[in-house]
Each structure stands twice: as structure tokens, then as C-alpha cells.
Design a protein. Structure first.
Length: 365
């Protein structure tokens, strides 16, 4: 495996994501089917990484996406702007009045507590971003010398939205590679997205092609099996035990199947309850295993923890840090992001560095 080569800082963006941004409706401590009020957040698997890199790590980030031009879309835009992510690549689709042809995605997500698991109900059919097609984004201009990004990121959620989104992701990856931009891809398997369009067989067909154009591949205990068909030996369906030797074997199998990959990273999560998880990570880089042992952490809202892991890991790489520092940064950022509500990070770099050093929760004042 070759090292990841990081472009210099003379590009317009440090990081660019391609994906959907939805409006998350959060019932707080209540339930979606009984609540009388929701807190709203913006969120999306690919977008969350860009926002974390902007708000926690201070990098210049952008999102390539599309929204229906109505008040809900403008609310999502307002949330993105508050997060500091560049919206110059946001496409506005004319709204038809009721959403027959184009709409904005809604994500009703419960945080869970104790023995009640977190759960989500997405309402995202016919969204603006699911209808993007080839040439809707001018990737030559995006990645060429007029603009350029030091990193490009997308993932399996975006690729699952429609037949055309996988094509758009493929074209974006090709352009990024032509201009020497590292490409990361989070497998992010969602049964709800693939169920009606061919299930895991279709997911593997799409993702096996896209992964051949990736430098950094991200996943969790379920993703590699569901999206690539690579099984982890010795794990049960509920992943209550995660044998590290089996993970190492799985990572090396993926690396052998996809020799283009330079770094493969997996979070390690054991859900003792919705409120307490074992949390760590393992990676394969330049042929060597790097491992952050699981540590039990308390959780307020687990959604977006993996995305925050990705942003911490990528920050370490962009900052020129050693791989073990980058992996620990990802684990710490993911853990801290799960202590606050919403999909996205609310923590600071100082808090991440403190957690990496084993700092306690004693009050800082």
C-alpha cells in the first residue's frame, strides 16, 4: 500500500463533500410517533464530515449538493451556512408547489436511551439531490486550477439515492484523481436505501465499482460485509464481540481485492446499550495495522459518530500528522460528537486534543 499524498494548501478548499443534506427532526427525549415538538438539525453522511472539519478543525470545506427551492430548502441552507460550509456548489431545483417531482429530504431520528435503541425514519424520495445527473456539476472546473480541493469525499449513502447519483459519484472521483486529489469513501450501509432496489446484491454491484477509485475507504463492523461482500470471521449478528485478529484479516482481504486503496479504516463499536458503547478503531496503512482499543463511552446521540470519526482522521492526514495520531484524533472526535445532540460536531480542537491525552470530564473554568 502506498502512502496518501496530500496536495499543498494553495487550493480553494481543503475538503469537498458530495452528498445529500437533509433536515433532521429530533424529538429529543421523546418518540417520533408521540412527540408534539421537534428540534431541527441539518445532516447527511457525507456533509457531516465537511461540517466537522470546518467547525472543529477550522478547515475550508464545501458541499456539492442540491435542494428544492422552498422554505424547507432555505432552512437547510441556513443551517449549512451556520456551520460555515461553503455553499457555492449547492444547486437549487425549482419547486413544483407540492413536491410531486422534487422535494427536500426529512430524517426523523430518535436518539434512543438505555435498552431502547436509536432509530430513524427517512422521508427522502424524489429529493433534489437524488435527481442529479451527469454534467450537472462541472467537475473539471471544481477540481481544476480555477478552484481545486485538497481532498474529496463521498459515500455509499449518496450512491444509493438513485441510478444517476452513483454515476455522478463515479465522474467526480475520476476528475478528482486527474488533478491529484485524494478520494475518500464511507461505505455507510443503510438497509432502507437498498431494500427496494436490489438489496445487498445491488449495493455490492455499485460499491465494488466505486471503491476501485478510492484512496481512503471507511466503514464499520457491518459495512464491509454488506457493501463489499467481505465477511468478518467470528462475529455474531449483533456484533457484541469484535475480534481484532478477524478485523485485521478482513482489512488485508479488502486491500488485496482493491490494490488502489492506500488506507482502510473501521470504527469498532459494541453497543452495550443505546447510552453506553464500546468505541475504538482499527486501520491498515502502508501494510501495517494501527489500532485504538475500545473504551466504554457515554452517549447522548450516536448519530454522526462515524462521520465525526472520519473528519478527525482526515484532519490528521491533511495536517501531516502520523497515522496513529490521525486515528486517535478520529476516535476522540467521534466520541465527543456523540455527547451532544444532532448529527454534527459541536466540539473544539482543544477538547479533542484533551480527550486524546486521556483528559477527564472535570470542569474546565
Amino acid at each position: 500500500m502506498d502512502a496518501v499524498l496530500i496536495p499543498d494548501t494553495g487550493r480553494r478548499w481543503d475538503f469537498l463533500s458530495l452528498g445529500e443534506v437533509m433536515l433532521r427532526l429530533d424529538p429529543g427525549e421523546g418518540r417520533t410517533h408521540t412527540t408534539r415538538r421537534f428540534q431541527v438539525w441539518e445532516g447527511g453522511g457525507e456533509y457531516n464530515v465537511a461540517r466537522g472539519l470546518r467547525r472543529c478543525f477550522g478547515l475550508r470545506t464545501a458541499i456539492a449538493t442540491a435542494l428544492a427551492d422552498n422554505p424547507v430548502g432555505r432552512l437547510v441552507e441556513d443551517r449549512i451556512l451556520q456551520g460555515g460550509v461553503d455553499t457555492s456548489l449547492l444547486r437549487w431545483a425549482p419547486f413544483d408547489g407540492v413536491g410531486r417531482h422534487v422535494r427536500n429530504g426529512l430524517n426523523f431520528t430518535e436518539r434512543g436511551f438505555g435498552m431502547r435503541a436509536a432509530s430513524g425514519c427517512s422521508d427522502r424520495g424524489h429529493t433534489a439531490i437524488s435527481q442529479v445527473k451527469s454534467d450537472d456539476f462541472d467537475w473539471e472546473t471544481v477540481f481544476g486550477i480555477q478552484n481545486a480541493s485538497r481532498w474529496f469525499h463521498t459515500g455509499g449513502i449518496f450512491a444509493a439515492l438513485s441510478e444517476t447519483t452513483a454515476i455522478v459519484a463515479d465522474e467526480a472521483m475520476d476528475a478528482a484523481r486527474r488533478y491529484g486529489t485524494p478520494v475518500s469513501y464511507d461505505l455507510n450501509y443503510r438497509d432502507s436505501l437498498w431494500r427496494s432496489i436490489g438489496g445487498k446484491a445491488k449495493a455490492q454491484e455499485v460499491n465494488r465499482k466505486l471503491v476501485r477509485k478510492v484512496d481512503l475507504l471507511l466503514g464499520n463492523e457491518e459495512d464491509f460485509t454488506a457493501m463489499l461482500g467481505v465477511k468478518i470471521k467470528g462475529v455474531s449478528e449483533d456484533f457484541d464481540e469484535l475480534p481484532i485478529a478477524a478485523y485485521e484479516e478482513m482489512l488485508r482481504e479488502v486491500a488485496s481485492a482493491y490494490p488502489n486503496l492506500k488506507l482502510i479504516a473501521s470504527t469498532l463499536r459494541t453497543a452495550h446499550s443505546a447510552s453506553r458503547n464500546g468505541w475504538g478503531a482499527i486501520a491498515l496503512y502502508e501494510g501495517k495495522i494501527v489500532y485504538v482499543a475500545q473504551r466504554d463511552i457515554d452517549i447522548l446521540d450516536r448519530v454522526g459518530g462515524g462521520d465525526s470519526f472520519a473528519s478527525g482522521l482526515i484532519y490528521g492526514l491533511l495536517a501531516g500528522k502520523p497515522i496513529d495520531w490521525a486515528l486517535r484524533c478520529g476516535v476522540a472526535h467521534g466520541a465527543l460528537a456523540m455527547t451532544t445532540p444532532g448529527d454534527t460536531s459541536m466540539v473544539t480542537l482543544a477538547e479533542v486534543e484533551r480527550a486524546m491525552k486521556g483528559g477527564s470530564a472535570r470542569i474546565a473554568r
